[in-house]
Design a protein around this ligand. Structure first.
Ligand code: NAD
Ligand code: WQD
Length: 341
């Protein structure tokens, strides 16, 4: 059975669906600090079976141990964490405590129960401002510009040190690029609190009439139209990467048990590209204004995902049109998200 920390969140819920489709058993562990039980209910509807879950914090070692005693857990997909970049600058201790200390508690518990397989949610943010694009996994990491990014970098280092000390651990680190979109059913999707920080949910809320105008953060970058370029990846493709990572960890074929993979499409799209595509699928005009650059933003960030294809047999299948279409479908069907969060 797989323990899914943070399984009630945006990426977690989509991963539950893909795992269920691949016939994996799992149990969700989440403190619901940024999600709701309603999200779990929605997953149950999609997969047509109950989702087993326990409410708990990854920093609560006693509760974690109870869960490991109760269920026979052989691997962990570790999503749980706080993820708002701006908030992390204001609340660094909270972020390091939740993300870094939380991961240490989880790893201690795994060690105690001889559970040695883990897939960890890292981020392209660990690359900081890359010298060139596309980004390959061997690029230097650690030039992070905020506590959120630094917490991901620290956890990567901790996992690496743990593997050096105990190479019976089998560790896969997935560095996600920019997850967007939603399950095609429209039952689950991204449900940000308050004003969205990220581009796609902001555009969706403008399109549905919740917000008046999008601010485009700078049009003087060295990119094809001057606006920032990112590697947007459909959340269902991203979820599938976790299924492939679990398959990989369960197989005996791999050459190394500590691996890092970029999870992106390999295509970079600008802010204006995303706006245009969203307008096309939603048939809504997205009013926008060009404002100054956002601090900490880089001009271009997109992946070379070849390693994941070669080793995990994973490749993104959905394009920007699919991403905008599914984000829009979720937004229209759930203008206020899961509501009860
Ligand atoms: P999310 O906030 O929707 O999901 C995270 C889940 O973890 C939530 O359900 C939250 O309640 C839970 N959680 C947080 N702290 C916890 C704790 N201490 N104990 C137990 N549960 C806790 O975020 P998401 O977008 O689904 O991201 C999942 C993971 O992927 C995170 O680690 C995030 O940093 C990482 N990531 C996300 C993105 C992105 O853009 N969404 C990009 C790169 C990496
Ligand atoms: C995308 C582009 C903005 C909002 C963040 C985190 C990263 C990862 C993914 C977790 C940029 C522009 C945005 C807006 C805009 N998360 N933009 N107006 O910054 O690439 O990555 O989410 O790990 O760590 O930093 O994503 O969606 O915020 O921005 O013009 O209102 O859209 O400048 O070029 P980002 P984003």
């Amino acid at each position: 059975m797989i323990l899914i920390t943070g399984g009630a969140g945006y990426i977690g819920t989509h991963t539950l669906v893909e795992l269920a489709m691949a016939n994996y058993d799992f149990i969700v562990y989440d403190n619901f600090s940024n999600s709701s039980e309603e999200a779990i209910e929605r997953v149950s509807k999609i997969i047509d079976r109950d989702v087993v879950y326990e409410k708990g914090d990854i920093r609560d070692l006693q509760k974690l141990e109870e869960v490991f005693e109760k269920y026979s857990i052989d691997s962990v997909i570790h999503f749980a964490g706080l993820k708002a970049v701006g908030e992390s600058v204001r609340k660094p201790l909270e972020y390091y405590d939740n993300n870094v200390v939380g991961t240490i508690r989880l790893l201690e518990c795994m060690k105690k129960f001889e559970c040695k397989k883990i897939v960890f949610s890292s981020s392209a943010t660990v690359y900081g401002d890359p010298k060139t694009t596309p980004i390959v996994e061997s690029f230097s990491v650690g030039g992070t510009t905020n506590p959120y990014g630094t917490s991901k970098y620290m956890i990567e280092r901790i996992l690496n040190d743990l593997y050096i000390a105990d190479n019976s651990f089998k560790i896969v680190i997935l560095r996600y690029f920019n997850p967007v979109g939603a399950h095609k059913s429209g039952y689950i999707g991204e449900d940000p609190n308050g004003i969205p920080n990220n581009l796609m949910p902001f555009i969706s809320q403008v399109a549905v009439g919740k917000r008046e105008c999008l601010s485009v953060f700078g049009n003087d970058y060295d990119t094809h139209d001057g606006t920032g370029v990112r590697d947007y990846i459909h959340v269902v493709d991203l979820a599938d990467a976790h299924v492939k990572a679990i398959e990989y960890l369960n197989s005996h074929k791999f050459s190394s048990e500590f691996s890092v993979f970029n999870i992106g499409t390999g295509h970079g799209y600008s802010v204006l590209d995303v706006i245009k595509t969203f307008e096309k699928v939603s048939e809504k005009k997205i009013p926008y204004k060009i404002t100054s650059r956002r601090e900490g933003d880089v001009a271009k960030c997109y992946a070379d995902p070849a390693l994941a294809e070669r080793i995990l047999g994973w490749k993104a299948r959905k394009n920007l049109l699919d991403m905008c279409k599914d984000s829009w479908n979720w937004q229209v069907k759930n203008p206020d998200g899961y509501k009860e969060k």
